[in-house]
Write a protein that binds this ligand. Structure first.
Ligand SMILES: [Zn+2]
Length: 108
């Protein structure tokens, strides 16, 4: 037995209703076998931005004292007084990693 909906070639899963699975559920949830384009469909859940992941994407991993963090993460570590931009600048200048992280003041 086929689904009773016109143009639907699926087998009627629900014999009593003469509907295929798709149309049966559409009928149950929406009260119609027509395609529902708006209304009860749930909006996409809001995804809170996970800062760590996003910062990672355009950042280089820096390893120091057995820890690997991004520049943005390192500047939040205790003892690190340099800014993210400052840290990147220091590393570009060829500073040693531990000095770039923990050295106080811009020049030394
Ligand atoms: Zn159907």
């Amino acid at each position: 037995m086929k689904c009773c909906v016109e143009g639907c070639e699926r087998d009627a899963h629900y014999k009593a209703a003469q509907l295929c699975q798709m149309h049966y559920f559409r009928q149950r949830w929406y009260g119609t076998t027509e395609t529902v384009k708006r209304g009860k469909a749930k909006p996409k859940p809001y995804e809170p931005k996970t800062h760590a992941k996003h910062e990672r994407s355009n950042s280089v991993a820096i390893t120091c004292n057995g820890k690997t963090l991004t520049a943005a993460e390192w500047v939040r570590e205790p003892g690190v007084t340099v800014s993210r931009a400052g840290l990147i600048w220091r590393l570009r200048q060829g500073w040693e990693t531990s000095r770039a992280l923990f050295q106080q003041g811009r020049f030394a």
